[in-house]
Design a protein around this ligand. Structure first.
Ligand SMILES: [Fe+2]
Length: 604
């Protein structure tokens, strides 16, 4: 619930001020909605103007009937007759409300002491004495479990001992209430401490309620003054991503990995501690291993564990993920102990997506994008049997959905465990080995030639690039060494793009896969073959490799496509903005037009 009063004493009408082309309150509404943390988001307002504006933007607004002293009263009136469990109060003048902060404040209701909590709120560390002593910023002190002891406009504690090691906290006006606590507040009269400090949450303390404080150090901008608005408009222009606070990515890496010839046999002992009672392990295996393949005998199937052979002739789809999840749910009463993917990039992506969708509601298509996954996935293990895609290490799981081909990119996507056994790649047909290996090579070229390049990506990318050169162009590498090295090249290539991006070959290849179902590695090669203008050195080496292994790169696959199909390819490719930005810089749109793309596709 976002309380929105039109008249603010310090900056009247501030919620309707323009912020990057939309009123502040609309920005706040959209930011809250975009977190995907809530079942519903409402603006609660006393103003027709705000009400109409929100409805006009397709949002939901409620008119509050009465005059209220504070935002909590306003939302209490609105939820009085709603069937709700937890109500979160987001400040209307915080258009950069971060998902991280809201997540923090909600997460306290999942902790061990959740029963004791009447409401939760946020605090952020303060270091500047000028701010600490400013009565406009409300300070909070907490006990050792982070329950609030008191809020004040005075500096608390008072630093009599200047050397005492004290952390000051600023209170941020985001609350998550149990409905009862909110209703109590609404009906309880104000007492003296609240009246003196003019801080509404003191009322809870005065009536003995427990306020649990969560810490969030994400910086947003509150719009309190016209100067704030200027600052916010500037911030919006400079950094479109301020609302998700991801200027520097903070991403998880695979926590456990085992490497070495034959290490696959450790699988049973790795899984054993993860087994939960009657909950099975589900093995998603490439159907190339069906029909008595020796690998299958080495999987120790126990109790009600299940082996599912999956065809990956085409790129994995959201429909396929939804179907597998539905099948698992209808067969077992228990959530599986884990999902184990054994195969190439498609199988690994399926395993990641299935493990996510076993704990998150709806369709996999709902989660295509960045950070849309709400709940931790079930334990999942990746075991590549072909190297190059980097799927074993990436934070994404690329799927073709009803509207787009896009990854489910989230902190919950990466595997909990990866098993890298180079022997598993024995017997991969030459073409497949080549196309998948080239995926890795192209990751490196695109990362190393991108504008997003940094020391992190470069160090991984250069290593993988060198390994690829050795594997695909040198003559004195044993097969055993080559397999192990390609496995590590794939890993490093994946790590390199984790902190930068891929580029033109991937953007265009996504379009081809979406329309024609072409496998990722093949699509990349088809495109990359024509990108000599953009990646001259990489493409020259690529052509050498193609020649050395006498690989036939499919030609002319787009020439019979209808205008509509080409249009869709172009739409898909152009929608991948970060890839283009990485490849061609911020002004990429002036370089890569639809016409130009069309011409390039028609040649492929
Ligand atoms: Fe790729």
């Amino acid at each position: 619930m976002i309380p929105a009063r039109y008249g603010a004493s310090r900056f009247p009408g501030k919620l309707m001020q323009d912020l990057g082309g939309k009123p502040v309150i609309v920005r706040t509404y959209e930011a809250a909605k975009a977190t995907n943390l809530f079942d519903e988001v409402y603006i609660v307002t006393d103003s027709d103007v705000i009400f109409t504006e929100i409805e006009l933007h397709g949002g939901k607004a409620i008119m509050s009937k009465k005059d209220h002293d504070c935002g909590s009263d306003r939302i209490a009136e609105a939820v009085e007759n709603m069937d709700v469990d937890i109500v979160v109060n987001v400040q209307g003048d915080e258009p950069f409300t971060s998902k991280e902060g809201l997540e923090q404040v909600l997460s306290v209701f999942e902790g061990e002491d959740a029963d004791k909590i009447d409401l939760a709120s946020l605090m952020t560390e303060m270091h500047d004495w000028k701010e600490i002593s400013d009565p406009n910023s409300v300070k909070v002190i907490v006990n050792k479990e982070n329950f609030a002891l008191y809020f004040s406009r005075s500096p608390i504690p008072y630093p009599r001992d200047k050397n005492a090691d004290v952390q000051y906290y600023k209170h941020k006006g985001i609350y998550a209430f149990r409905k009862q606590a909110l209703m109590d507040f609404y009906h309880l009269p104000m007492r003296t401490l609240e009246a003196a400090e003019k801080i509404e949450c003191i009322r809870y303390l005065e009536y003995g309620k427990n306020i649990k404080m969560a810490i969030s150090n994400t910086q947003g901008i509150e719009i309190d003054t016209p100067e704030d608005l200027i600052r916010a408009n500037k911030a919006l222009k400079e950094d479109k991503d301020i609302s998700v606070n991801n200027k520097y990515r903070n991403f998880p890496m695979v926590p456990k990995v085992v490497f070495g010839k034959g290490c696959f046999d450790q699988l049973s002992s790795i899984l054993a501690p993860q087994r939960k009672n009657k909950a099975p392990f589900i093995f998603l295996v490439d159907d190339a291993f069906e029909n008595d393949h020796p690998l299958i005998d080495r999987i120790n199937i126990r109790f009600n564990d299940k082996l599912l052979f999956v065809s990956v002739k085409e790129e994995p789809t959201t429909v396929q993920v939804d179907q597998i999840v539905k099948d698992i749910k209808s067969e077992f009463n228990y959530k599986p102990s884990g999902i184990i993917g054994i195969g190439g990039g498609s199988i690994l992506d399926l395993a990641k997506a299935v493990s996510i969708m076993l704990t998150n509601k709806g369709s996999a298509a709902d989660y295509q994008g960045w950070d849309l996954v709400k709940k931790k996935a079930v334990y999942h293990v990746g075991i590549p049997t072909i190297s190059g895609t980097g799927a074993e290490v990436s934070r994404t799981t690329v799927l073709s959905g009803p509207e787009r081909k896009l990854g489910i990119n989230s902190d919950y996507t990466p595997f909990d465990q990866v098993i890298l056994d180079p022997d598993l790649t024995i017997g991969v047909p030459k073409n497949q080995w080549f196309f998948t290996g080239m995926d890795c090579f192209i990751h490196c070229v695109e990362s190393l030639n991108g504008t997003f390049l940094n020391a992190f990506s470069e160090s991984y990318g250069e290593k993988a690039y060198d390994l690829c050169n050795e594997i695909f162009l040198s003559d004195d590498l044993s097969e055993v060494d080559s397999r192990g090295k390609l496995m590590m090249a794939s890993w490093h290539g994946g790590m390199s793009i984790a902190y930068s991006q891929v580029g033109i070959a991937h953007a265009m290849s996504y379009g081809i896969s979406y329309v024609l179902g072409t496998k990722h590695g093949v699509g990349n090669c088809i495109v990359f073959d024509h990108l000599g203008d953009y990646y001259p050195e990489g493409v020259a080496l690529f052509k050498k490799m193609v020649e050395k292994y006498q690989i036939e790169i499919p030609q002319g696959i787009c020439k019979d496509c209808t205008d509509k199909e080409i249009d869709i390819m172009i739409d898909i490719a152009l929608s991948l903005v970060p890839l283009w930005e990485n490849a061609l810089g911020e002004e990429w749109e002036s370089v890569m037009t639809r016409e130009k793309l069309k011409g390039m596709y028609l040649k492929m």
